[in-house]
Structure formats: C-alpha cells, structure tokens
Write a protein that binds this ligand. Sequence first.
Ligand code: AMP
Ligand code: ZN
Length: 484
Amino acid sequence: MYLYNSASHRKEVFKPNNPKLITMYTCGPTVYHYAHIGNLRSYIMEDILEKYLRYLGYNVKRVMNITDVGHLTSDADTGEDKMLKGARREHKSVMEIAKFYTDAFFEDCKDLNIKRPDVVEPATNCIDEYIKIIDKLVHTGYAYLAGGNVYFDTSKLKQYYVFNDFSKEDLQTGVREGVGEDKNKKNTNDFVLWFTKSKFENQALKWDSPWGVGYPGWHIECSGIAIKHCGEYLDIHCGGIDNAFPHHTNEIAQSESYLQHHWCNYWMHVYHLNTPEGKMSKSTGEFLTISLLKDKGYDPISYRFFCLQSHYRKALLFTWKNLDNAAQTYSKLVNRIALIQNDGKLDEQAYAKFAENFHSALDNDLNTSSAITCLYDVLKADINGATKIALIDNFDTVLGLKLIEKSEDIKAKSKSLKAKISTSDFEIVSEEGEENPEVEKLLLERQAAKKEKNFARADEIRNHLSEIGIEVTDVPKGVHWCRK
Ligand code: AMP
Ligand code: ZN
C-alpha cells in the first residue's frame, strides 16, 4: 500500500514497525463546541485509513486524544483557553462542557459510521505523562523556564521544520496570527510546554508541577498520550492539514528530543473542507454540524459519501448544491443495490478480479473516488447477483456507506408498502397479455416507491426494467408494460 507521507513529501510503500500491530494516532477534537463537518471530513478519512488497514489483515491500535485543556485560541500559545471560552459562553463548568461536547462528537461519529478508536484519552487524564516528558526536556537542555512558563527551545534542534511542503514564511503565519507576541520566548517558534503564568487567573483546571501550579500546553498532550499508548515508535500520525504546523511540528520536536530517536514514520494530513467564503472553522462561530444536516433532512451517510467522492489531499468545496448531488447519487446507488437479486453461486474468479481493482484504488494513497468507481463497475458487470452482493459487502467494510443495510431497509419498507397496494386499484397490464410475476413485483415496488416519494427508487426500477427489455407506460388506472 502506498501512502503519501507529509514528512517525506512523497507516496511511500507502507511498512509497519511491527507487522503484528500497527499503531495509529489521531489528533482528537477540542471539545469546546460541536465538531463541524470540516473536522468530520478529517475523521471520516482517518476512519477509512484504519478500516483499510484492517481490511488488509493488519491489527491496528488506534489512539485518539480529547483536548479538554491547553488549546489556546491562537495556535501560537497566545489568547485564551478554548475550553474556558466555551464554558463562559454556556455558563457551565469546563468539565461539563468537555463531557457534553465529547458525547456529541461520538454521536456524530456514530451517525457517520466512524469507528470509535481503540483508546480515547482525555488530555486531563495524563498530566503525569506530560510532567515526566517536560522534566526530562528541562534536564537535557531542550526546555527552559521563562516568566513562569516552561518553553521548548527550538534553536536546540538541527531541523525544526519537517513538513516543508510549506515555505518558511507560510509556517510563520500561525505565529503572526497570535493575539500578541509572547516576550518570554527566546526564539519565535519556541512553544509552551507548561503554563503557570497566564493572563487569565480563572483557569479552571490546574495541577501541581515541579515548575509551579499550572497546566500543560496543547502540543505536549498529543506526544504524551501517543507515547503512553503506542510506545516509543509510532507508525502513523493523522490530523487535518492545519495541524501540520505548528502542532505536529512541535509534537515531533518534543517527542524526538525526549525519546532521542526518530518517532513517527508516516504523517497523514487531510486537506480542508472549505465553503465559498473560506475554511470552515469553529472559532468563527459559523459552521455546519451533522445535526444541522439531519434537521435539513440529509442522511449523514450521504455526507460521508460526499467526502469519499474526492481525494483526501485535495481541498473539498462544500455547497448545498454539491451536497444535494452527492445525496441524490448515494440514494440512487442504494436503490440500485436494492434491486439486485441475490442469486447464483459466488463466482470466485470475478470476485477476485473486482476485489483486486478495489485494492489497487485504495493502495494508491487511499483513492476513495476510484474505489467508488470500482463499486459501480461491479453494479454494471455481467456477473450474478450473489457475486455482486458479496463484493459490495466486502468493499463496504472499508467505505462504511451502509450499502447493504440501507438497501435491505428499502426492500423491507417497499415490501410492507407493496402489500398495501390493492391490485384492484392499481392495474398492471401486459400489452402482449403476458403473465410475468417478476415484472409485476417490480412494478408494484415502483408504485410503492412513488407513494413513499422515493423517486430515486422508482427511477431505478424503471431503469432496471428498461435494461432487461421492458418498457413501462403509466396510465390513469395503473401501468402498462410491453417488451421492447
Ligand atoms: P479541533 O477540534 O479544532 O482540534 O480540530 C479537530 C480536527 O479537525 C483536526 O485534525 C483539524 O486539523 C481538523 N480540521 C479543522 N478544520 C478543518 C476543516 N475545515 N476541514 C477539515 N479538517 C479540519
Ligand atoms: Zn494533536
């Protein structure tokens, strides 16, 4: 499998440290607000990676943090703690906010069929880990105390910028955006490992430390939690592209200085979901959530489908029209699957051929849009129903589009509706006087779909009939059909 590695700037063959267990770390949500659908694009793509690794037969240990302390409004260690901001906004305690939005995040994940990571660790659970790492960094000269805080000294590194897909100027942007330069820093890119002196005395969560009562910086959380659960050598680290700098750059700096060896082999970054106005962001307060999509009548899985239609290393433009198109295509896809007769014996040769194409698509840096094309190739193929269903089921263990489940739901619904259509009110007439229970069944299903306003299904049934040479004409009392 080839995976693009942001650290080497090229696609590389994926080789795990230990083929028996792959370790994968994902930056989790900052739980001061709902996740927006941009954040969720990142989690969907990371879910695809995890599922594909499992599909290839690997055991995966996936770890995710929950940022419930230390993430300031500017990534450059200035501004106020986002959690505190959330608590103030809602007149609740930081812990209440953290619990509420953590639960909401996992509800969204459930709706999007994103698997829960094997380990989910709130940052506030691992204070001892951070203190241990910071202590060693202070003693080995990689960190210094200034103005009451502990800083990482980036001048001690041979190479600080690792993801140099960006220019040095671009990388500085995060720093310049700060609400005010921190005068205690020796170098512009130095970052806080431990805060004791902060502008906001009312910081809710504080812990004792060798450097005074305070709280950890945001970056140290991910290093601490990843090392705690994945050990000293990490296979894959994931996150959105905005995390590459400074967050991941700082994670590498502190982890490798602490461990004294190379830490993580593959860095996967998901590009942003943008709106025509720009990047979707929680801090602007204007963002779209999964519950909003649900309120507007969208099936959350159709948002997953929308994301899979494009490559994760390309920015994705969200508009309602784009989502509508994806939702319609998804609905048609499920309805088409619902029409497959699960008959015949598994054609092993055909199965292997189509599965091979699917592997090749995902082996190429998780090309999900090609993988979806492979799915349509199966639908169009001249193979029996049992082989089609087996392939769709197999592909969906990675795609996670609930294809079989949703098509079964449609069939069950249409069966019960069909039973309610009285054949005396709805006439089915063959122009040639032919009796054909199979065609009649499909025509009843089409009528049921229309009654239910599932026009995608009604159209699929008409298309399917046309493909098998049956022409349908609607008449006031029912439907007439004939062979073309
Ligand atoms: P946060 O909750 O802000 O810490 O972000 C959670 C994850 O979402 C991180 O991996 C971010 O890099 C990612 N992310 C933030 N904004 C977007 C966006 N507009 N599109 C895709 N991913 C994003
Ligand atoms: Zn992180």
